[in-house]
Design a protein around this ligand. Structure first.
Ligand code: HEC
Length: 134
């Protein structure tokens, strides 16, 4: 009986869960970690870190402004990385997602996803930066 009731609640809740809501862990973390994390982390050129939900949401409004103006990520900060410039650039859809996220009050979403994404980002960076360049 309890199981049935739980299932009913789940089915009722599904459309609510599936609503097009922008969350940090699902939408914003992959963008910020990939496009901003190389500079906005301890020891790099960015003036503050953007390596977790607390840090990114603290700077959320400013991030929305600088990405919309395309002031960040910068184009000419690393002259040696010509071929990476386009990779670092944000697409219109990504800029839009950041705008929506800030407008919606910067919800975190499921923190479990966020941690996995960040670890994965670090591992891939480790392999591309030090492992293959021996
Ligand atoms: C190539 C390194 C680099 C990357 C990549 C980068 N930043 Fe920055 N960021 C900087 C530096 C250096 C500054 C400080 C100097 C400045 O404001 O231009 C800065 C400043 C900022 C500021 C403060 C601006 C202000 O007006 O005070 C924000 C907000 C910011 N970055 C957000 C981001 C976001 C969001 C991304 C990714 C979409 C990003 N940055 C990617 C290097 C970087």
């Amino acid at each position: 009986m309890n199981t049935t009731r739980s299932l009913c609640l789940l089915v009722i809740a599904m459309p609510l869960l599936a609503a097009p809501k922008v969350t940090f862990s699902e939408h914003i973390a992959p963008i910020v970690y990939e496009k901003c994390g190389s500079c906005h982390r301890p020891g790099e050129s960015g003036p503050f870190s953007l390596t977790n939900f607390q840090e990114v949401s603290r700077w959320g409004k400013l991030i929305a402004t600088v990405t919309q103006k395309r002031y960040m990520p910068p184009w000419h900060a690393q002259p040696a990385s010509v071929q990476y410039r386009d990779e670092r650039r944000l697409s219109d859809a990504q800029i839009e997602l950041i705008q929506d996220w800030v407008k919606q009050g910067m919800p975190e979403g499921d923190a479990k996803n966020e941690i996995v994404l960040f670890k994965y980002h670090n591992i891939s960076q480790f392999f591309s930066s030090s492992f293959f360049n021996l």
